[in-house]
Write a protein that binds this ligand. Sequence first.
Ligand SMILES: Cc1c2[nH]c(c1CCC(=O)O)Cc1[nH]c(c(CCC(=O)O)c1C)Cc1[nH]c(c(CCC(=O)O)c1C)Cc1[nH]c(c(C)c1CCC(=O)O)C2
Length: 474
Amino acid sequence: MKVAVIGGGITGLTAARHLIEKSRSEDVPCDIVLYEKDSRLGGKIRTYREQGLVVEGGPDSMLARKPAGVQLLRDLGMETDIVYMNPEASQTFIVRNGKLHPMPQGTFVGIPAEVEKFLTSSLLSGTGKLRALADVWLPASPIQQDVSLGAFLRSRLGDEWVDYLGEPLLAGIYAGRIDQLSLFATWRQLYDLAVQSRSLIIGAMASRKRQQTNRSGLSGRSAFVTVRTGLESVIERLRDDIAQAVSIRLGTQVVAMRRTENGYEVRSTGDNGSSASETFDGVVLTTPVAAAKPLLRQLDIVSDEFDVPYASTATIILAYRKQDVAVDLSHASGFLVPRSEGMAMTASTWMSSKWPHTTPSNMVVLRCYVGRAGQEEYLQLDDEAMVKQVSREVESIVGIQAEPVWHKVTRWSHAMPNYLVGHGDHLQRLHAAIQSQAPALAVAGAGYEGLGLPDCIVQGQRAADEVFTALFRR
Ligand SMILES: Cc1c2[nH]c(c1CCC(=O)O)Cc1[nH]c(c(CCC(=O)O)c1C)Cc1[nH]c(c(CCC(=O)O)c1C)Cc1[nH]c(c(C)c1CCC(=O)O)C2
């Protein structure tokens, strides 16, 4: 059999690796061609190793509680390279009126699970806190179908909680707008919590208790993990792992697809202007949704209702000399900036505190984020102006007056998928259309069922499974 994998990010690479595994375990030869339009593999994963730093331009870590990520590292023989987030740097701040306020203690993703601690928080006004606590007495939410994450949370915990805690924490993951994101496709567990316990706060109290009893085996281990030599070394290892069995076509964009009698014709153009056509039995399509849709349309899979806008962002890494930084950042991982603060920055991660292995001991490194859905205007700034703007904001929020001695701006155009209300239903219809019209074809990646690295890995493996099984049964 012969399979095309379109896209060379983490999803496509794990799909290719999984196809090889299946072909070996079932003893069925499988030719694999991987197309990547960029001149490098890795997609959103990009590590800079400069000035003694090992810092990320894209994702900096992954959730340990989603096992696919850590499992992949083990499968690639990288277990000894795994680094856990510094447990000392667990405090997160949220900016209000230009000042840092600690995230309230004793919450479950911001939802109060310890009422007394929540009441002492300086982040919300007295009225805001009381309104949030009213969730305990409110009747069950009468939700039958998908609504926005914001509508659901506003009804239970009030606007102030949503604007200063809920949106930065829960919509921030998508660089999205809380009033547009789908409740079911983003934080369904919060809906489930409210169904089980009627109140989110009562549900948060119960899950916190469960967490505390289950945690015994994980003591001291943080929620996030990364790789000592940078996440790009996972890409390098994956590439080496599959290189023998996969033809990797860099700088090659798939521009058209057509059904043939038994499979697919894939047409591509190269950076040098060349064009080529090749036929395959199966296809794993892992590009962003905007690149996948025109190809699907050529196969008569119309998915106009399946709309996944991608927000544009940038990360700005600022490195300071430690001797120039008068504030102690060592106990915190960083801060989030609510939309209403009107700043360029949406958040900042204190890399040298959260991930000490990334930074020489004589430096302090902050990674700042700019841009989210509906707030993309600061991305127009050129690198120099962006660094200036962001370091000015760092000065006023954090109190670092020094000039950064090194910086790196990484721009991510249309990079963060936002799952809108109805995402799940539209996705189901897309899968049904693919199943009936396009046998041995599967879609996977951040635009569909989770944008973190573990979810991309799971989707890549599942898509490879589906395509392999469809062809194996023939
Ligand atoms: C406090 C904070 C968060 N996230 C962040 C902070 C800032 C300070 C710091 O670095 O400590 C930083 C962050 N993390 C993410 C973004 C958006 C990226 C961008 O704007 O370019 C930003 C700005 C992506 C993310 N951040 C996260 C994901 C999802 C990971 C996954 O689902 O696999 C992404 C894409 C994870 C995350 N991140 C956060 C929560 C509550 C969660 C979910 C945890 C859980 O589900 O148990 C909060």
